[in-house]
Write a protein that binds this ligand. Structure first.
Ligand SMILES: [Fe+2]
Ligand SMILES: [Fe+2]
Length: 217
């Protein structure tokens, strides 16, 4: 492992020692899943580890503190974030990792920034962190859909993300919650890519006339 990466992981882990034990335990459970996915999808374990240990640096901060820190860090705070400051914990962690811990790996930073909602374009590390964060052991026990999404993620990360987005959509509708715009934007792209990927069957009028399959006959 490159020396800088090792030092960064150590420094972020050291910072996490001041965070609540429950949060630290969550990060370790996410790491277990993330490393497993890294091996299966051929991602760099150390970069995945750095993103994982840093992803929830600010997850336990109080809403008012998060808002204040995010504004001080120059993050664009939307009215949605004002209402749910917890949504800022990823973007804030990404800024702090870059500025205080010297992380300049754009894919690691994107993984940290977008781990809560996802985004339309996600590098492999970001997709791994997002999924690992949702399927860790404790969360899996609370929702019967998550073990299936975990199994799927081992084979196909993109479809697993889409299934997770569907699960989340149903949960939001059932509970009367709104869909966070950044997540919705990501979801729309994932759905479009999935449809493009599986390929729709041709329309009837796409067939040549001589096959006798044209419309209007
Ligand atoms: Fe988080
Ligand atoms: Fe997390």
């Amino acid at each position: 492992m490159p020396k800088t990466l090792r030092k960064q992981i150590r420094a972020v882990r050291e910072e996490m020692r001041s965070r609540p034990p429950g949060l630290r335990a969550h990060v370790e459970r996410v790491l277990e899943e993330a490393l497993d996915l890294a091996d299966r999808h051929d991602a760099d374990r150390e970069r995945v580890e750095l993103a994982t240990v840093g992803h929830d640096l600010f997850r336990a901060h109080a809403p008012a503190k998060l808002l204040k820190l995010a504004k001080e860090a120059g993050i664009l705070v939307s009215e949605w974030d004002e209402r749910s400051p917890v949504m800022l914990h990823g973007p804030l962690a990404a800024v702090v990792l870059r500025e205080r811990f010297g992380v300049d790996d754009d894919e690691v930073l994107a993984a940290v920034r977008d781990h809560t909602t996802g985004s339309p374009e996600m590098p492999l590390i970001a997709r791994i962190i997002l999924v690992a964060d949702k399927i860790e052991r404790r969360k899996r026990k609370r929702a019967p859909q998550l073990p299936d999404i975990r199994r799927l993620a081992r084979r196909d990360l993109d479809t697993a993300m889409l299934c997770w987005a569907d699960y989340k959509w149903v949960e939001e509708r059932e509970r009367g919650w709104d869909s966070y715009p950044a997540h919705w934007e990501a979801r729309v792209r994932w759905v479009a890519e999935h449809h493009a990927d599986i390929g729709l069957p041709p329309r009837t009028d796409d067939f040549p006339d001589e096959l006798g399959l044209a419309t209007g006959l």
